[in-house]
Design a binder for this molecule. Structure first.
Ligand SMILES: [Zn+2]
Length: 68
């Protein structure tokens, strides 16, 4: 099995959320669960992302470097 087959061959597994048998390229919630998660957590996920990428505004300069 080459790398392309690894990427395209679906895995058969039970959804970790609803335990329904599903098949997808990557292990995770099934399509129904993903849709539900997107609908219920979509806004929250965007807020979390904004927090992660928020620049640190209160970084204290290295005192040794600024000392005269
Ligand atoms: Zn599911």
């Amino acid at each position: 099995m080459n790398e392309t087959e690894l990427m395209t061959t679906p895995l058969d597994f039970d959804c970790p959320r609803c335990q329904a048998a599903t098949s997808a390229a990557f292990y995770g919630p099934c399509d129904d669960c993903r849709r539900e998660l997107r609908a219920t957590l979509g806004t929250e996920a965007r807020d979390m992302e904004a927090a992660v990428y928020e620049p640190k505004m209160n970084v204290v300069p290295n005192q040794v470097a600024t000392k005269e």
